[in-house]
Design a protein around this ligand. Structure first.
Ligand code: UD1
Ligand code: CA
Length: 457
Protein backbone atom coordinates (compact mmCIF):
# COMPACT_ATOMS: atom_id res chain seq x y z
CA UNK A 1 0.00 0.00 0.00
CA UNK A 2 1.19 3.55 -0.75
CA UNK A 3 2.29 5.60 2.19
CA UNK A 4 -0.60 7.67 3.54
CA UNK A 5 -0.68 10.90 5.53
CA UNK A 6 -3.55 13.16 6.52
CA UNK A 7 -4.14 16.85 7.17
CA UNK A 8 -7.14 18.10 9.13
CA UNK A 9 -8.01 21.79 8.70
CA UNK A 10 -9.15 23.24 11.98
CA UNK A 11 -7.70 26.73 12.28
CA UNK A 12 -10.76 28.77 11.35
CA UNK A 13 -12.74 30.73 13.89
CA UNK A 14 -16.12 29.77 12.56
CA UNK A 15 -17.52 33.30 12.45
CA UNK A 16 -20.91 32.06 11.25
CA UNK A 17 -21.39 30.02 14.45
CA UNK A 18 -21.55 33.31 16.45
CA UNK A 19 -19.97 31.55 19.39
CA UNK A 20 -17.20 31.98 21.91
CA UNK A 21 -16.49 28.27 21.41
CA UNK A 22 -14.21 27.57 18.42
CA UNK A 23 -16.15 25.98 15.60
CA UNK A 24 -14.45 22.58 15.45
CA UNK A 25 -15.01 22.13 19.19
CA UNK A 26 -18.78 22.36 18.93
CA UNK A 27 -20.12 18.94 19.86
CA UNK A 28 -22.20 16.76 17.58
CA UNK A 29 -23.93 14.05 19.64
CA UNK A 30 -21.71 15.01 22.54
CA UNK A 31 -18.36 14.75 20.77
CA UNK A 32 -16.46 17.79 19.39
CA UNK A 33 -16.77 17.74 15.60
CA UNK A 34 -13.02 17.67 15.05
CA UNK A 35 -12.79 14.52 17.17
CA UNK A 36 -15.34 12.79 14.92
CA UNK A 37 -13.14 13.69 11.96
CA UNK A 38 -9.98 12.45 13.67
CA UNK A 39 -11.63 9.18 14.71
CA UNK A 40 -12.60 8.49 11.08
CA UNK A 41 -9.22 9.56 9.72
CA UNK A 42 -7.45 7.33 12.26
CA UNK A 43 -8.83 4.27 10.50
CA UNK A 44 -7.04 4.96 7.19
CA UNK A 45 -3.71 4.04 8.78
CA UNK A 46 -1.92 7.26 8.03
CA UNK A 47 1.75 7.44 9.02
CA UNK A 48 1.13 10.97 10.22
CA UNK A 49 -1.98 13.02 10.90
CA UNK A 50 -1.42 16.75 11.15
CA UNK A 51 -4.10 19.05 12.54
CA UNK A 52 -3.83 22.67 11.44
CA UNK A 53 -4.71 24.85 14.39
CA UNK A 54 -5.06 28.62 14.73
CA UNK A 55 -8.09 30.05 16.46
CA UNK A 56 -8.33 28.45 19.88
CA UNK A 57 -5.17 26.44 19.15
CA UNK A 58 -4.54 25.58 22.79
CA UNK A 59 -8.13 24.51 23.38
CA UNK A 60 -8.17 22.35 20.26
CA UNK A 61 -4.89 20.72 21.34
CA UNK A 62 -6.34 20.08 24.76
CA UNK A 63 -9.31 18.23 23.27
CA UNK A 64 -7.46 16.30 20.57
CA UNK A 65 -4.43 15.49 22.72
CA UNK A 66 -1.73 13.26 21.30
CA UNK A 67 -3.94 11.68 18.62
CA UNK A 68 -2.34 13.91 15.95
CA UNK A 69 0.58 16.22 15.34
CA UNK A 70 -0.04 19.94 15.01
CA UNK A 71 0.94 22.80 12.76
CA UNK A 72 0.05 26.35 13.65
CA UNK A 73 -1.59 28.68 11.15
CA UNK A 74 -1.10 31.99 12.91
CA UNK A 75 -3.22 33.96 10.45
CA UNK A 76 -6.17 32.44 8.64
CA UNK A 77 -5.44 33.28 5.02
CA UNK A 78 -7.43 30.43 3.51
CA UNK A 79 -7.50 26.66 3.19
CA UNK A 80 -4.48 26.47 0.84
CA UNK A 81 -2.44 28.57 3.25
CA UNK A 82 -3.63 26.26 6.07
CA UNK A 83 -2.35 23.14 4.27
CA UNK A 84 0.98 24.92 3.61
CA UNK A 85 1.60 25.01 7.34
CA UNK A 86 2.04 21.24 7.31
CA UNK A 87 4.99 21.54 4.94
CA UNK A 88 7.65 21.24 7.65
CA UNK A 89 6.15 17.96 8.82
CA UNK A 90 4.96 16.42 5.53
CA UNK A 91 6.70 18.31 2.71
CA UNK A 92 9.15 15.52 1.86
CA UNK A 93 6.80 12.58 2.34
CA UNK A 94 6.13 10.17 -0.52
CA UNK A 95 2.67 8.87 -1.25
CA UNK A 96 -0.88 10.10 -0.79
CA UNK A 97 -2.14 12.81 1.54
CA UNK A 98 -5.77 13.03 2.58
CA UNK A 99 -6.98 16.54 3.33
CA UNK A 100 -10.24 16.94 5.23
CA UNK A 101 -11.98 19.83 6.98
CA UNK A 102 -12.48 19.72 10.72
CA UNK A 103 -16.07 20.84 10.21
CA UNK A 104 -17.31 17.79 8.28
CA UNK A 105 -17.88 15.32 11.13
CA UNK A 106 -20.25 12.98 9.33
CA UNK A 107 -17.90 11.64 6.65
CA UNK A 108 -17.36 7.98 7.48
CA UNK A 109 -14.20 5.92 7.47
CA UNK A 110 -15.73 3.76 4.68
CA UNK A 111 -16.15 6.79 2.44
CA UNK A 112 -12.57 7.90 3.08
CA UNK A 113 -11.35 4.41 2.22
CA UNK A 114 -13.45 4.40 -0.99
CA UNK A 115 -12.00 7.80 -1.95
CA UNK A 116 -8.44 6.51 -1.44
CA UNK A 117 -9.27 3.39 -3.49
CA UNK A 118 -10.54 5.45 -6.43
CA UNK A 119 -7.48 7.70 -6.19
CA UNK A 120 -5.14 4.70 -6.36
CA UNK A 121 -7.12 2.89 -9.08
CA UNK A 122 -7.19 5.97 -11.35
CA UNK A 123 -3.51 6.70 -10.68
CA UNK A 124 -4.69 10.26 -10.05
CA UNK A 125 -2.62 13.06 -8.59
CA UNK A 126 -5.70 14.48 -6.92
CA UNK A 127 -9.13 12.99 -6.23
CA UNK A 128 -11.98 15.10 -4.90
CA UNK A 129 -14.77 13.72 -2.77
CA UNK A 130 -17.91 15.23 -4.27
CA UNK A 131 -21.63 14.97 -3.56
CA UNK A 132 -24.84 16.09 -5.19
CA UNK A 133 -27.49 18.27 -3.58
CA UNK A 134 -30.56 20.32 -4.58
CA UNK A 135 -29.33 23.07 -2.32
CA UNK A 136 -25.64 23.63 -3.04
CA UNK A 137 -25.59 27.19 -1.65
CA UNK A 138 -22.34 27.98 0.15
CA UNK A 139 -20.36 25.06 -1.24
CA UNK A 140 -17.66 25.11 -3.88
CA UNK A 141 -19.03 23.76 -7.21
CA UNK A 142 -17.28 21.04 -9.17
CA UNK A 143 -16.94 22.20 -12.77
CA UNK A 144 -16.55 19.45 -15.37
CA UNK A 145 -15.71 19.78 -19.06
CA UNK A 146 -17.71 18.38 -21.99
CA UNK A 147 -16.10 14.98 -21.49
CA UNK A 148 -17.27 14.92 -17.88
CA UNK A 149 -13.76 15.37 -16.51
CA UNK A 150 -13.15 17.70 -13.59
CA UNK A 151 -11.75 21.06 -14.67
CA UNK A 152 -11.78 23.06 -11.46
CA UNK A 153 -13.67 23.98 -8.33
CA UNK A 154 -15.33 27.38 -8.10
CA UNK A 155 -16.28 28.82 -4.72
CA UNK A 156 -19.89 29.93 -4.29
CA UNK A 157 -18.86 33.57 -3.96
CA UNK A 158 -16.80 33.46 -7.16
CA UNK A 159 -19.22 31.42 -9.25
CA UNK A 160 -20.96 32.71 -12.38
CA UNK A 161 -24.79 32.39 -12.52
CA UNK A 162 -24.31 29.34 -14.73
CA UNK A 163 -21.83 27.74 -12.33
CA UNK A 164 -24.17 28.39 -9.41
CA UNK A 165 -26.64 25.99 -11.02
CA UNK A 166 -24.18 23.10 -10.68
CA UNK A 167 -25.39 20.67 -8.03
CA UNK A 168 -22.18 18.70 -7.63
CA UNK A 169 -20.30 20.17 -4.69
CA UNK A 170 -16.81 19.93 -3.26
CA UNK A 171 -17.08 18.25 0.15
CA UNK A 172 -13.74 19.75 1.21
CA UNK A 173 -12.18 16.28 1.36
CA UNK A 174 -9.53 15.28 -1.17
CA UNK A 175 -6.50 13.13 -1.60
CA UNK A 176 -3.39 14.34 -3.33
CA UNK A 177 0.00 13.13 -4.40
CA UNK A 178 1.82 14.65 -1.45
CA UNK A 179 4.83 16.14 -3.24
CA UNK A 180 2.74 17.64 -6.04
CA UNK A 181 0.33 19.10 -3.49
CA UNK A 182 3.05 21.12 -1.76
CA UNK A 183 4.55 22.10 -5.12
CA UNK A 184 1.20 23.41 -6.43
CA UNK A 185 0.34 25.26 -3.23
CA UNK A 186 3.19 27.67 -4.06
CA UNK A 187 1.23 28.77 -7.12
CA UNK A 188 -2.13 29.44 -5.49
CA UNK A 189 -3.06 33.12 -5.50
CA UNK A 190 -5.59 35.01 -3.42
CA UNK A 191 -7.19 36.96 -6.22
CA UNK A 192 -10.78 36.01 -5.56
CA UNK A 193 -13.96 37.26 -3.91
CA UNK A 194 -12.72 36.46 -0.39
CA UNK A 195 -9.06 37.44 -0.85
CA UNK A 196 -8.10 33.98 0.44
CA UNK A 197 -5.74 31.26 -0.71
CA UNK A 198 -8.16 28.51 -1.75
CA UNK A 199 -7.05 24.90 -1.55
CA UNK A 200 -9.48 23.88 -4.33
CA UNK A 201 -7.41 26.03 -6.73
CA UNK A 202 -4.77 23.27 -6.62
CA UNK A 203 -7.13 21.21 -8.77
CA UNK A 204 -7.00 23.66 -11.69
CA UNK A 205 -3.24 24.04 -11.31
CA UNK A 206 -2.77 20.25 -11.53
CA UNK A 207 -5.02 20.13 -14.61
CA UNK A 208 -2.93 22.83 -16.27
CA UNK A 209 0.14 20.71 -15.61
CA UNK A 210 -1.58 17.87 -17.44
CA UNK A 211 -1.91 15.69 -14.34
CA UNK A 212 -4.77 13.26 -13.77
CA UNK A 213 -7.47 14.69 -11.50
CA UNK A 214 -10.31 12.42 -10.55
CA UNK A 215 -13.48 12.71 -8.50
CA UNK A 216 -15.41 10.27 -6.38
CA UNK A 217 -19.04 11.13 -5.85
CA UNK A 218 -20.50 9.78 -2.64
CA UNK A 219 -24.20 8.92 -2.92
CA UNK A 220 -24.77 10.28 0.56
CA UNK A 221 -24.80 14.07 0.66
CA UNK A 222 -25.74 13.82 4.35
CA UNK A 223 -22.27 12.54 5.13
CA UNK A 224 -20.58 15.52 3.63
CA UNK A 225 -22.44 18.25 5.49
CA UNK A 226 -20.04 21.09 6.30
CA UNK A 227 -21.00 22.80 9.52
CA UNK A 228 -20.73 26.55 9.21
CA UNK A 229 -23.63 27.66 11.39
CA UNK A 230 -25.98 26.43 14.09
CA UNK A 231 -28.59 25.34 11.56
CA UNK A 232 -26.15 22.93 9.94
CA UNK A 233 -25.04 21.89 13.43
CA UNK A 234 -28.58 20.82 14.32
CA UNK A 235 -28.89 19.01 10.96
CA UNK A 236 -25.68 17.13 11.72
CA UNK A 237 -27.01 16.24 15.16
CA UNK A 238 -30.18 14.80 13.61
CA UNK A 239 -28.30 12.82 10.95
CA UNK A 240 -25.75 11.40 13.38
CA UNK A 241 -28.42 10.63 15.98
CA UNK A 242 -30.33 8.63 13.38
CA UNK A 243 -27.15 6.83 12.29
CA UNK A 244 -26.28 5.89 15.89
CA UNK A 245 -29.84 4.86 16.76
CA UNK A 246 -30.19 2.71 13.65
CA UNK A 247 -26.91 1.01 14.56
CA UNK A 248 -28.33 0.05 17.97
CA UNK A 249 -31.61 -1.14 16.47
CA UNK A 250 -29.68 -3.31 14.02
CA UNK A 251 -27.86 -4.79 17.01
CA UNK A 252 -31.14 -5.80 18.64
CA UNK A 253 -31.96 -2.83 20.86
CA UNK A 254 -35.57 -1.60 20.84
CA UNK A 255 -35.95 2.17 20.68
CA UNK A 256 -39.60 3.04 21.22
CA UNK A 257 -39.18 6.52 19.70
CA UNK A 258 -35.78 6.91 17.97
CA UNK A 259 -36.43 10.57 17.10
CA UNK A 260 -36.68 11.29 20.80
CA UNK A 261 -33.80 9.14 22.03
CA UNK A 262 -30.30 10.60 22.35
CA UNK A 263 -27.40 8.17 22.44
CA UNK A 264 -23.84 9.35 22.10
CA UNK A 265 -21.36 7.64 19.78
CA UNK A 266 -19.30 5.68 22.32
CA UNK A 267 -22.27 4.07 24.10
CA UNK A 268 -22.62 0.26 23.98
CA UNK A 269 -26.01 -1.41 24.52
CA UNK A 270 -26.79 -5.13 24.66
CA UNK A 271 -29.58 -6.88 22.74
CA UNK A 272 -33.20 -6.96 23.89
CA UNK A 273 -32.76 -3.80 25.90
CA UNK A 274 -35.61 -1.29 25.58
CA UNK A 275 -34.94 2.42 25.53
CA UNK A 276 -38.01 4.59 26.16
CA UNK A 277 -38.61 8.14 24.89
CA UNK A 278 -36.84 11.17 26.27
CA UNK A 279 -33.78 9.23 27.28
CA UNK A 280 -30.24 10.54 26.93
CA UNK A 281 -27.35 8.08 27.25
CA UNK A 282 -23.93 9.68 27.02
CA UNK A 283 -20.21 9.33 27.59
CA UNK A 284 -18.67 5.90 27.93
CA UNK A 285 -21.82 4.14 29.06
CA UNK A 286 -22.17 0.38 28.69
CA UNK A 287 -25.61 -1.16 29.15
CA UNK A 288 -26.21 -4.92 29.21
CA UNK A 289 -29.02 -6.92 27.66
CA UNK A 290 -32.72 -7.05 28.55
CA UNK A 291 -32.60 -3.77 30.44
CA UNK A 292 -35.41 -1.19 30.40
CA UNK A 293 -34.14 2.37 30.40
CA UNK A 294 -36.40 5.40 30.54
CA UNK A 295 -38.62 7.15 29.80
CA UNK A 296 -37.04 10.53 30.54
CA UNK A 297 -33.81 9.19 31.93
CA UNK A 298 -30.27 10.56 31.79
CA UNK A 299 -27.33 8.19 32.02
CA UNK A 300 -23.73 9.30 31.67
CA UNK A 301 -20.55 7.20 32.00
CA UNK A 302 -22.28 4.29 33.72
CA UNK A 303 -21.84 0.57 33.45
CA UNK A 304 -25.16 -1.22 33.82
CA UNK A 305 -25.36 -5.02 33.75
CA UNK A 306 -28.27 -7.16 32.55
CA UNK A 307 -32.04 -6.99 33.17
CA UNK A 308 -31.84 -3.76 35.11
CA UNK A 309 -34.67 -1.22 35.04
CA UNK A 310 -34.02 2.51 35.29
CA UNK A 311 -37.14 4.69 35.09
CA UNK A 312 -37.32 8.51 35.06
CA UNK A 313 -33.95 8.89 36.75
CA UNK A 314 -30.48 10.41 36.49
CA UNK A 315 -27.29 8.34 36.90
CA UNK A 316 -23.70 9.52 36.38
CA UNK A 317 -20.28 7.87 36.58
CA UNK A 318 -21.48 4.81 38.47
CA UNK A 319 -21.62 1.03 38.39
CA UNK A 320 -25.04 -0.61 38.39
CA UNK A 321 -25.41 -4.39 38.59
CA UNK A 322 -27.86 -6.90 37.14
CA UNK A 323 -31.56 -7.11 38.06
CA UNK A 324 -31.40 -3.73 39.78
CA UNK A 325 -34.46 -1.49 39.96
CA UNK A 326 -33.97 2.25 39.92
CA UNK A 327 -36.58 4.97 39.98
CA UNK A 328 -38.85 6.57 39.31
CA UNK A 329 -37.06 9.80 40.27
CA UNK A 330 -33.78 8.49 41.66
CA UNK A 331 -30.49 10.38 41.45
CA UNK A 332 -27.33 8.29 41.26
CA UNK A 333 -24.33 10.57 41.59
CA UNK A 334 -20.70 9.74 40.77
CA UNK A 335 -18.76 6.82 42.23
CA UNK A 336 -21.80 4.89 43.31
CA UNK A 337 -21.74 1.12 43.08
CA UNK A 338 -25.13 -0.56 43.11
CA UNK A 339 -24.84 -4.32 43.23
CA UNK A 340 -27.13 -6.99 41.78
CA UNK A 341 -30.80 -7.10 42.76
CA UNK A 342 -30.63 -3.86 44.72
CA UNK A 343 -33.55 -1.46 44.64
CA UNK A 344 -33.55 2.31 44.68
CA UNK A 345 -36.90 3.99 44.74
CA UNK A 346 -38.36 7.44 44.37
CA UNK A 347 -36.51 10.49 45.66
CA UNK A 348 -33.47 8.55 46.72
CA UNK A 349 -30.07 10.15 46.12
CA UNK A 350 -26.81 8.22 46.21
CA UNK A 351 -23.34 9.75 46.09
CA UNK A 352 -20.14 7.73 46.39
CA UNK A 353 -22.19 4.98 47.95
CA UNK A 354 -21.98 1.23 47.62
CA UNK A 355 -25.30 -0.56 47.94
CA UNK A 356 -24.76 -4.30 48.36
CA UNK A 357 -26.59 -7.14 46.67
CA UNK A 358 -30.31 -7.22 47.39
CA UNK A 359 -30.27 -4.06 49.49
CA UNK A 360 -33.13 -1.60 49.27
CA UNK A 361 -33.60 2.12 49.70
CA UNK A 362 -37.11 2.45 48.43
CA UNK A 363 -38.12 6.01 49.29
CA UNK A 364 -36.83 9.48 50.14
CA UNK A 365 -33.25 8.88 51.29
CA UNK A 366 -29.82 10.46 50.95
CA UNK A 367 -26.97 7.97 51.01
CA UNK A 368 -23.63 9.73 50.57
CA UNK A 369 -20.12 8.43 51.37
CA UNK A 370 -21.63 5.14 52.46
CA UNK A 371 -20.67 1.48 52.34
CA UNK A 372 -23.82 -0.52 52.62
CA UNK A 373 -23.66 -4.31 52.72
CA UNK A 374 -26.01 -6.96 51.34
CA UNK A 375 -29.71 -7.27 52.11
CA UNK A 376 -29.83 -4.04 54.03
CA UNK A 377 -33.12 -2.20 54.29
CA UNK A 378 -32.92 1.56 54.39
CA UNK A 379 -36.24 2.88 55.68
CA UNK A 380 -38.08 5.78 54.14
CA UNK A 381 -36.54 9.16 54.85
CA UNK A 382 -33.24 7.86 56.25
CA UNK A 383 -30.10 9.88 55.74
CA UNK A 384 -26.36 9.47 56.08
CA UNK A 385 -25.16 12.68 57.68
CA UNK A 386 -21.83 12.76 55.89
CA UNK A 387 -20.74 16.39 56.11
CA UNK A 388 -19.89 18.57 59.08
CA UNK A 389 -19.49 21.70 57.02
CA UNK A 390 -15.80 21.03 56.42
CA UNK A 391 -15.13 17.35 55.86
CA UNK A 392 -16.95 14.30 54.56
CA UNK A 393 -17.17 11.11 56.66
CA UNK A 394 -18.04 7.50 55.95
CA UNK A 395 -21.10 5.57 57.08
CA UNK A 396 -20.85 1.77 57.12
CA UNK A 397 -23.93 -0.37 57.31
CA UNK A 398 -23.16 -4.07 57.47
CA UNK A 399 -25.05 -6.99 55.89
CA UNK A 400 -28.64 -7.54 56.90
CA UNK A 401 -28.99 -4.36 58.96
CA UNK A 402 -32.38 -2.65 59.14
CA UNK A 403 -32.49 1.11 59.31
CA UNK A 404 -35.88 2.33 60.52
CA UNK A 405 -37.66 5.20 58.83
CA UNK A 406 -36.43 8.74 59.21
CA UNK A 407 -33.12 7.89 60.86
CA UNK A 408 -30.03 10.08 60.76
CA UNK A 409 -26.74 8.20 60.72
CA UNK A 410 -24.17 10.80 61.77
CA UNK A 411 -20.84 9.79 60.19
CA UNK A 412 -18.29 8.49 60.89
CA UNK A 413 -20.42 5.66 62.17
CA UNK A 414 -20.94 1.91 61.68
CA UNK A 415 -24.13 -0.06 62.04
CA UNK A 416 -23.13 -3.67 62.61
CA UNK A 417 -24.33 -6.84 60.94
CA UNK A 418 -28.07 -7.54 61.24
CA UNK A 419 -28.48 -4.65 63.70
CA UNK A 420 -31.70 -2.66 63.94
CA UNK A 421 -31.98 1.09 64.16
CA UNK A 422 -35.33 2.20 65.49
CA UNK A 423 -37.33 4.62 63.39
CA UNK A 424 -36.63 8.27 64.04
CA UNK A 425 -33.19 7.64 65.61
CA UNK A 426 -30.24 9.96 65.32
CA UNK A 427 -27.29 7.58 65.54
CA UNK A 428 -24.00 9.16 66.58
CA UNK A 429 -22.21 6.08 68.00
CA UNK A 430 -21.48 2.72 66.41
CA UNK A 431 -24.25 0.14 66.70
CA UNK A 432 -22.97 -3.38 67.51
CA UNK A 433 -24.03 -6.26 65.27
CA UNK A 434 -27.44 -7.76 66.08
CA UNK A 435 -28.26 -4.95 68.53
CA UNK A 436 -31.29 -2.67 68.47
CA UNK A 437 -30.41 0.96 68.81
CA UNK A 438 -33.05 3.48 69.78
CA UNK A 439 -31.83 7.04 69.77
CA UNK A 440 -34.84 9.26 70.22
CA UNK A 441 -36.80 10.74 73.08
CA UNK A 442 -39.12 8.27 74.75
CA UNK A 443 -42.80 8.82 74.08
CA UNK A 444 -44.81 10.36 76.91
CA UNK A 445 -48.61 10.30 76.81
CA UNK A 446 -50.28 12.96 79.02
CA UNK A 447 -53.64 11.41 79.86
CA UNK A 448 -56.70 13.67 79.88
CA UNK A 449 -54.64 16.56 78.55
CA UNK A 450 -57.37 18.10 76.41
CA UNK A 451 -59.85 18.26 79.25
CA UNK A 452 -57.32 19.97 81.52
CA UNK A 453 -56.42 22.45 78.80
CA UNK A 454 -60.00 23.32 78.03
CA UNK A 455 -60.62 25.29 81.23
CA UNK A 456 -63.97 26.81 80.12
CA UNK A 457 -65.60 23.46 79.64
C1 UD1 B 1 -14.70 24.93 1.95
C2 UD1 B 1 -14.25 24.81 0.48
C3 UD1 B 1 -15.48 24.58 -0.40
C4 UD1 B 1 -16.21 23.33 0.08
C5 UD1 B 1 -16.53 23.41 1.57
C6 UD1 B 1 -17.04 22.07 2.06
C7 UD1 B 1 -12.32 26.31 0.27
C8 UD1 B 1 -11.82 27.61 -0.21
N1 UD1 B 1 -13.61 26.07 0.10
O1 UD1 B 1 -15.53 26.07 2.06
O2 UD1 B 1 -15.09 24.40 -1.74
O3 UD1 B 1 -17.41 23.17 -0.65
O4 UD1 B 1 -15.37 23.72 2.33
O5 UD1 B 1 -17.47 22.11 3.41
O6 UD1 B 1 -11.53 25.49 0.73
N2 UD1 B 1 -9.61 26.69 7.73
C9 UD1 B 1 -8.33 26.83 8.21
N3 UD1 B 1 -7.63 27.96 7.89
C10 UD1 B 1 -8.11 28.92 7.09
C11 UD1 B 1 -9.42 28.77 6.57
C12 UD1 B 1 -10.14 27.64 6.91
O7 UD1 B 1 -7.84 25.98 8.95
O8 UD1 B 1 -7.37 29.88 6.83
C13 UD1 B 1 -10.38 25.49 8.09
C14 UD1 B 1 -11.64 25.79 8.86
O9 UD1 B 1 -11.39 25.72 10.25
C15 UD1 B 1 -12.58 24.68 8.43
C16 UD1 B 1 -12.09 24.31 7.04
O10 UD1 B 1 -10.78 24.85 6.90
O11 UD1 B 1 -12.51 23.55 9.24
C17 UD1 B 1 -12.97 24.86 5.92
O12 UD1 B 1 -13.06 26.26 6.04
P1 UD1 B 1 -14.44 27.02 5.83
O13 UD1 B 1 -14.19 28.46 6.03
O14 UD1 B 1 -15.51 26.38 6.61
O15 UD1 B 1 -14.64 26.76 4.26
P2 UD1 B 1 -16.00 26.75 3.46
O16 UD1 B 1 -16.40 28.14 3.17
O17 UD1 B 1 -16.99 25.88 4.12
CA1 CA C 1 -17.06 24.76 6.01
Amino acid sequence: MTNRNAIILAAGKGTRMKSSLYKVLHPVCGKPMVEHVIDHVSSIQASKIVTIIGHGAEKVKEVVGSKTEYALQAEQLGTAHAVMQAKDILGDAEGTTLVICGDTPLITAETLEALLDVHAAQKAKATILTARTDNPAGYGRVIRNDDGLVEKIVEHKDASPEELLVQEINTGTYCFDNKLLFECLENVSNENAQGEYYLPDVIEILKQKGEIVSAFETPSFDETLGINDRIALSQAETILKRRINEGHMRNGVTLIDPDNTYIHPDVVIGPDTYIYPGTMITGKTIIGSECHIGPNTEIKNCEIKNRTVVRQSVAHDSQIGSDVQIGPFSHIRPQSDIRDEAKIGNFVELKKATLGKGSKASHLSYLGDAEIGENVNIGCGSITVNYDGKNKFLTRIEDGAFIGCNSNLVAPVTVGKSAYVAAGSTITKDVPGEALSVARARQVNKENYVNKLNINK
